[in-house]
Design a protein around this ligand. Sequence first.
Ligand code: SF4
Length: 219
Amino acid sequence: MIDFDEMINRHLTTEHRPKQVGRYYPSEIGTCIRKIWYSYKYPQEIKADLLKVFHLGNMMHDFVAEVLKSEKNPDVELLKTELPLKLEVDDLVISGRVDDLLLLKTQGKNILVEVKSAKTVKFQTEPSRHHVMQLQLYMHATNVHTGIILYLDKTTLESKVFTIHYNEKMVNDILNRFKSLHTLLKCNELPKAEAKTDTETSWMCRFCEYRDKCDRNEG
Ligand code: SF4
């Protein structure tokens, strides 16, 4: 018989490329700064389980694009999917092809759509801060200053939508965050254990592959 789990694993395996100091990714900047730092200093292959989660996210994104493109929904026009982004700030580059971002036109206005799959949307009363940060950066890079974060329930396809407006102060804070990460990487200085010290973000530590190093304050 066939081992389909193993076939999926092989199908999703990608070549592992360590990240380069000086090149940063919008999707990461809202997470723990120490964890991002570790991911440059101690690169790890993405585990099979996580690759599956990412792939499921891509499948959900394709479904959202299909719904937005449907002729049964004539009020919206899907203009673009998978927008490439590049921002040069001092001596660093923030870049990436954004798979979960859509540009659509509704009521004569362009808006960015950031799609996030969720285990459940029942208790989602507000968008996650790190998703808002990500979208703010995309709004800055594309000059489209209205966006929505669309959460889609993986089991029921129920959705929750939050409208986000461009916030210049938040964008400046995010850009400063990239700069500070860049400096800490260049000086080889371990950042503070950010997620662990805040009750709102300490849940991130449960899924952190660098937890042992972090507990030992290993730099
Ligand atoms: S364990 Fe928590 S605080 Fe430490 S690096 Fe990971 S996410 Fe950050």
